[in-house]
Write a protein that binds this ligand. Sequence first.
Ligand code: CMP
Length: 139
Amino acid sequence: MERTLSIIKPDGVKKNVIGEVIKRFETAGIKIAAMKMLHLSKPQAQGFYAVHKERPFFDSLTDFMTSGPIVVMVLEGDGVIAKNRKLMGATNFKDAEAGTIRKDFATDIEKNVVHGSDAVETAAFEIGYFFNGLEIQTR
Ligand code: CMP
């Protein structure tokens, strides 16, 4: 059974689409194995996105990710990494397919509503960044 990390970013929380995003996951047969809301500090956001630290958008991205509360979730299911990425749509909402979360709700390449792990190894790092084993329920 595969797991991935999903984040509803500060723009998604502000737009009141937490329930809408979760509904899309559950409708697709994805199970939520863990969930919490938190407000990242700048160092916490920098640690999560460390892989992007040389990118020109790193400072702006980590400012944005600390601009309000986020919802972090562990999603579980067969092929859930790819399934979640399909539901999210392309990073840039302009390139995202119709009916995807980003096409429907994103306003900006940075403020793109959701994050999802892109591979098994990054999922393991990202899940471990937010959750310990006791906080994840296999159902
Ligand atoms: P995410 O899937 O969370 O992974 C890294 C994030 O950086 C991405 O979503 C966007 O929020 C942001 N990002 C990626 N590319 C750019 C870019 N060219 N300009 C600004 N932000 C970006």
